[in-house]
Design a protein around this ligand. Structure first.
Ligand code: 5MM
Length: 345
């Protein structure tokens, strides 16, 4: 089992590459497609994922893709099952295994469902070629949240999930997301993230999860979306690295951020700045974005065949820029450059 996990980690910790999160549940995918007035059906979701996953040379920038269960048995336009198509391109297929969120009784806080029967589901997903999994826990910031109770319960469930994955030879991505929603300060986000990460790593240790065979997908330390005077790129990068260094063991191989509602440009700039702080980072630091990689492509596509190429270009552009950011080589002026400019190759 250990060798299987280590091999997957080796393929997913590749300098200048990151993870594409394409694991939107039907409900979320329907919301995304509604934003471009496309009806959400099994076929339109397949078409949209086909567009991204068949983009030329994505394997230069993407080392893993998180899929949603429905996508596992869907095929590309050329008739190849999506997980197989990815593997053929040297990209590791992964799967979201949580079953969404539920509210704690009498509270606005949430926990994540999906531990029941997880082992059996993992075996089924492995038959499709999935080699890593993802589980997301969410924490909202308000005057009274996140509570100790929610922090403890979510950490415990993330650890149980991670342990089960490793027992089945599947690398767990552990995703604790401190939500950006609200008008809170970056300081409030910093404090909440600190508590959440501390509890997550003590739960992982209690559960004997092999830290060197797991990946962390955290949110950044950032001001609330509605806050006045939101912190700039520098402060976000510095505070994020500070909180990670204080709470994430150095044996963890990779940290792949979620974008969590940041604009695509913000998410790229923040990642880049973390690599230009002149700080030594014990882990590989990269991306596992959904919206920050996909939004420009979705807008360019509009559900029309004639826009597929433009949509793929928009997607590749974000993938390339985030790849550069993961090496500290991104510059703001690249946003306005042509995709084929030498600097982007
Ligand atoms: C936070 O969401 C994850 C990262 O996406 P962003 O970079 O857009 O923040 C993402 O993997 C998420 O888990 C999926 O989009 C699935 O969400 P749902 O709510 O459909 O399970």
């Amino acid at each position: 089992m250990g060798n299987e996990l280590k091999q997957t980690i080796k393929e997913m910790v590749a300098v200048g590459k990151g993870i594409l999160a394409a694991d939107e549940s039907v409900k979320t995918a329907t919301k995304r497609l509604a934003s471009i007035n496309v009806e959400s059906t099994e076929e339109t979701r397949r078409q949209y994922r086909n567009l991204m996953l068949t983009s030329p040379e994505i394997e230069k920038y993407i080392c893993g893709v998180i899929l949603f269960e429905e996508t596992l048995s869907q095929k590309s336009d050329s008739g190849i099952l999506f997980p197989k198509l990815l593997a053929q391109r040297g990209i590791v297929p992964g799967i979201k295994v949580d079953e969404g969120l539920a509210e704690f009784e009498g509270s606005i806080e949430q926990y994540t469902k999906g531990l029941d029967g997880l082992g059996e589901r993992l075996e089924k997903y492995k038959e499709y070629g999935c080699r890593f999994a993802k589980w997301r826990a969410v924490y909202s910031i308000s005057e009274t949240t996140p509570t100790e109770m929610a922090i403890r319960r979510n950490a415990q469930d993330l650890a149980k999930y991670a342990k089960t994955c490793q027992e089945h030879g599947v690398v767990p991505i552990v995703e604790p997301e401190v939500l950006i929603d609200g008008a809170h300060s970056i300081d409030a986000c910093h404090k909440a993230t600190e508590k959440v990460l501390r509890e997550v790593f003590s739960a992982l240790k209690r559960e004997n999860v092999m830290i060197d065979c797991a990946i962390l997908k955290p949110s950044m330390v950032i001001s609330g979306k509605e806050a006045n005077n939101r912190a700039g790129v520098d402060e976000v990068a510095k505070r994020t690295i500070k909180v990670l260094k204080a709470n994430v063991p150095p044996e963890l191989p990779s940290i792949n951020f979620l974008s969590g509602g940041q604009t695509p440009q913000e998410a790229t700039a923040h990642l880049n700045r973390m690599h230009t702080l002149n700080e030594s980072l014990p882990w590989y630091v990269s991306f596992s974005y959904a919206r920050a990689l996909q939004d420009p492509a979705l807008k360019a596509w509009q559900g029309k065949d004639e826009n597929i190429r433009a949509a793929q270009q928009a997607f590749l552009k974000r993938a390339k820029l985030n790849s550069l950011a993961a090496m500290g080589k991104y510059k703001e002026e690249m946003e306005n450059m042509d995709l084929d400019m030498a600097i982007l190759n």
